[in-house]
Design a protein around this ligand. Structure first.
Ligand SMILES: O=C(O)CCC(=O)c1ccccc1C(=O)O
Ligand SMILES: [Mg+2]
Length: 370
């Protein structure tokens, strides 16, 4: 791919409103923007989606910077590749660290798509011209949740997801259903329950949820299979699926009926596409998850979600959901609940250099000798 330079930029922005789950509050977001430039002067962009602390997965911004700087970029320097799908096997000698791997792997996909003058969505096999957007409600009170839902519906969103936990589930969902009997609703537990809560979780079946996401342990697929046998509501796995093999096992053993595909959590677009293809062949619906991300990762999500198996609206909201001003230009906008898939080479959005300068807190560069 004739790489000439890789640059890493750590940026930081406050969220417009705090994002609250039973695992804590996110009020500020740090992330890593990756820029890969080739000999022709074309650049591809990626984003590292690990958080500042390891509350969602074990990775952090600092561990990602370490992996990228000391292992992943040096591997690429030593072993030139012809196609981005080779990065996945090149990185296999490093255990896990999926978000660090994805950060640079997706930049290679963007660069490759640009070098072939193809939209990334088309390169991946995407077929949609627009995708249905969804928005997540993550707040600490019923009143705030209802107010946010009303506002988002007014902005055009057509599907919501609410964060739940044993202290805040049945009454919250009951109240939302009372106001919106037909709204497509998902509930995401981020592992707030155990099998002891089986009867309690069964009581949520009455709300006709699209699905319940990751009710049990973050690394479990065994007990989820037990739970799915008893629940009418489809279980969707998020945290438990960190690779194609995890997805295969979860489906084989009946641990879930849908998968939340996050590019960062599974180590890149190649692996995300493999999970999609496997599920698509078997009629298992998938959807694209979110990471409170900046625009570069959001743009990659849009390309991914244009593939035919992404039949459930994802957590892909507009740039304005989290940011006063996003890091991309133009920003991602939601019109009538939908986002259009760009039809220009690569991810279809460029880096907003002014916003980068305003939010940057560290940078590093890695020249390549060819
Ligand atoms: O980006 C978004 O829209 C938020 C999606 C979300 O729920 C989330 C955000 C950060 C970490 C984990 C999760 C999750 O899906 O569990
Ligand atoms: Mg989740």
């Amino acid at each position: 791919m004739n790489i000439k330079m890789v640059e890493l930029f750590v940026i930081r922005m406050p969220l417009k409103t705090p994002f609250t789950t039973h695992l804590g509050n996110v009020t500020e977001r740090e992330g890593i923007i990756v820029k890969v430039t080739n000999q022709d002067g074309l650049s591809g962009f990626g984003e590292g989606v690990a958080f500042s602390s390891p509350w969602y997965t074990e990775e952090t911004v600092a561990t990602s910077m370490h992996m990228l700087s000391d292992f992943l970029i040096p591997l690429l320097q030593k072993h030139p590749i012809q196609h981005p799908k080779e990065a996945y096997s090149l990185f296999q000698c490093i255990r896990r660290n999926q978000m660090a791997k994805a950060a640079i792997e997706i930049a290679l996909w963007d660069l490759y798509a640009k070098s072939k003058s193809l939209p990334l969505s088309k390169l991946l096999g995407g077929t949609r011209e627009e995708i249905v957007s969804g928005v997540v409600i993550a707040t600490d009170s019923m009143e705030k949740a209802l107010k946010q839902i009303e506002e988002y519906l007014q902005e055009g969103y057509r599907r919501i997801k609410v964060k739940i936990n044993p202290q805040m589930d049945y009454p919250l969902l009951k109240e939302i259903r009372r106001h919106y009997p037909d709204l497509p609703i998902m509930a995401d537990a981020n592992s707030a329950y155990t099998l002891k809560d089986m009867d309690h979780l069964k009581s949520l079946d009455e709300f006709n949820l699209l699905l319940i996401e990751q009710p049990l342990a973050h690394d479990d697929i065994i007990e989820h299979a037990q739970l799915q046998k008893e629940l009418k509501t489809p279980i969707c796995l998020d945290e438990s699926i960190t690779s194609f093999e995890d997805a295969q096992k979860a489906i084989k053993y009946g641990s879930c009926r849908s998968i939340n595909v996050k590019i960062g959590r599974v180590g890149g677009l190649y692996e995300a596409k493999r999970i999609h293809d496997y599920c698509y062949e078997r009629g298992i619906p998938v959807w694209c998850g979110g990471m409170i991300e900046f625009g570069i990762s959001r743009a990659h999500n849009i390309a991914l979600a244009s593939m035919p198996g992404f039949t459930i609206p994802g957590d892909i909201s507009g740039s304005k959901r989290f940011w006063e001003e996003d890091i991309i230009s133009p920003e991602v906008i939601v019109v009538n609940g939908k986002i259009s898939v760009p039809n220009v080479p690569g991810i279809g959005f460029s880096l907003n250099e002014k916003r980068l300068r305003e939010t940057i807190i560290a940078k590093k560069h890695f020249p390549f000798r060819n």
